[in-house]
Write a protein of this length. Structure first.
Length: 482
């Protein structure tokens, strides 16, 4: 039996520049299948890395003759590409079993299966356990839906009746430790890069999953059900050392939603373990993201240790300076904390990337302008990335705005955080689109900030500003205005 796990042809988020990330989730699932079902042939097809368009992908599927094809989407904006893959598969051979997974299909399982008949079943939440159980069942019994009711964590239709079996619990830290390393041997590793961030090719490294906070717009806290589980320090260091020695990588992207959950003890232990293995800021670079309050909790000493260990860039979700907005977002932070956190990062030579969410229900042109002035003139991070509030399915924000009939665009392709999909109280979706463009102009079309960027002491900040000017990101945002 053969299964193909396919990453579709697609374009990436131009706001972060020209980049190509490895399909980490598919690589991990492939490794789990290799480990637990060695008599099943599994392959990962990364259309980007293999330069496949839709016609080329079709030829690969025909040549491989799979019994099962899986694809998925954490980001709602990629849903139609996943569906297109499964449509293509069914046209090639209707007997091929098709499986969808990821955050969007987890939250919209019933609608998706009913709307897209090319989906045979959805694997919900984390897929490692359920997918292996499904494959083992098909291997033993064939794809007969009568027996699927005993498999936890899946959704499907049988005889026009929708079924959603019992949820599987989130994986524990011990279970994360037991996972194999991702199957990077299945893809052309040298192709993965992030031009704006580094000249080094990179890999994605998962230290932990989930977050204990409940930001109302965050699809990840819903997907992981506000559960946090971390691998052991030993396991994280082992995986990093394997990537360093065996894969030859020097740039690591930690996929964690909140690095080490802001635990000073865990960070101290990890940095110490990395140092003992000779992995440090002199021979590697790594990226992480942390909450504002987590940065303050880790403190100056912890951030200094992270920087010595190679952490040179952090993404910080501040979202807004206004307490009333932060309360609506259920962030659990204050604007003053953001100012302190950014200063701490810069003090420790870690590039501070500030993330803002514009377009809440009571947003006005004036409040957006005030937010941008606060970000550039008070907080003063190295990089500011602004996004439009996007109500992802399954989140409290989605349900609230749906009930208020604020959502005016249900084209999932536009759920990429740079398209306006809501008419709010004072600004329409079109007006929010205009304001996003003006927000980027405020940051990157200022000659003062341009000169400060290209002449900055931090080499990564210099790289960012040079890249943004060459790539014309602001101009591309203007083209999105209807």
């Amino acid at each position: 039996m053969k299964i193909l796990l396919i990453e579709p042809p697609k374009k990436f988020w131009f706001v972060m520049g020209e980049y190509l990330p490895p399909p980490y989730n598919l690589l991990l699932l492939a490794a789990v299948i290799e480990q637990q079902l060695p008599d099943i042939t599994v392959k990962v097809i990364d259309s980007q890395a293999e330069n496949l368009d839709w016609f080329g992908l079709e030829e690969v599927i025909k040549r491989e003759k799979p019994d099962i094809v899986g694809s998925g989407s954490h980001a709602s904006c990629n849903v139609y590409k996943t569906v297109r893959i499964l449509d293509l598969v069914k046209r090639i051979n209707p007997e091929i079993v098709t499986i969808a997974g990821g955050s969007h299909f987890t939250m919209m399982d019933e609608l998706s299966i009913k709307q897209y008949p090319s989906i045979d079943l959805v694997v919900r939440y984390e897929g490692e356990k359920a997918l292996v159980t499904v494959l083992r069942y098909i291997q033993q019994h064939g794809f007969t839906k009568e027996g699927l009711k005993s498999i936890k964590g899946i959704s499907y239709i049988q005889n026009k009746q929708f079924y959603r079996t019992e949820d599987l619990p989130p994986l524990t830290g011990e279970e994360l430790d037991a996972l194999p390393y991702p199957a990077y041997h299945m893809v052309p590793l040298e192709k993965y890069h992030f031009t704006m961030m580094s000249n080094n090719p990179y890999v994605i490294l998962e230290g932990a999953r989930g977050c204990t906070h409940d930001c109302s717009f965050c699809s990840q806290q819903v997907f992981y059900r506000r559960h946090f589980a971390t691998k052991s320090v030993q396991r994280i260091a082992d995986e990093m050392e394997w990537m360093y020695d065996k894969l030859g990588r020097r740039f690591f992207w930690f996929a964690d939603d909140n690095f080490c959950n802001g635990s000073p003890k865990l960070i101290k232990a990890l940095c110490k373990e990395m140092k003992s293995r000779g992995i440090n800021g002199e021979n590697c670079e790594w990226f992480a993201q942390m909450r504002v309050d987590s940065i303050l909790n880790v403190g100056n000493e912890g951030l200094a240790s992270m920087n010595r260990a190679g952490n040179y860039w952090q993404l910080v979700g501040a979202e807004s300076p206004f307490t009333e907005v932060l309360d609506v977002y259920q962030k659990g932070i204050e604007g003053s904390q953001t100012i302190d956190a950014i200063r701490l990062l810069k003090k420790n030579n870690i590039l501070a990337q500030l993330m803002l969410v514009l377009g809440h229900e009571n947003e006005t042109r004036e409040s957006i302008q005030e937010t941008m002035r606060w970000a550039t003139d008070v907080v003063k991070p190295d990089l500011i990335i602004s996004m439009l509030l996007t109500p992802y399915p399954g989140t409290p924000m989605y349900q609230e705005l749906l009930e208020k009939k604020r959502i005016v665009d249900f084209n999932w392709t536009n759920y990429d955080m740079i398209h306006g999909v809501c008419d709010m109280k004072f600004l329409s979706a079109k007006e929010l689109q205009e304001e996003l463009y003006l927000a980027y102009r405020h940051v990157f079309d200022s000659w003062k900030r341009r000169f400060a960027g290209v002449l900055a002491r931090n080499k990564y900040k210099r790289r960012i500003y040079m890249y943004y000017m060459r790539a014309g990101v602001v101009g591309q945002l203007k083209k999105l205005i209807p």
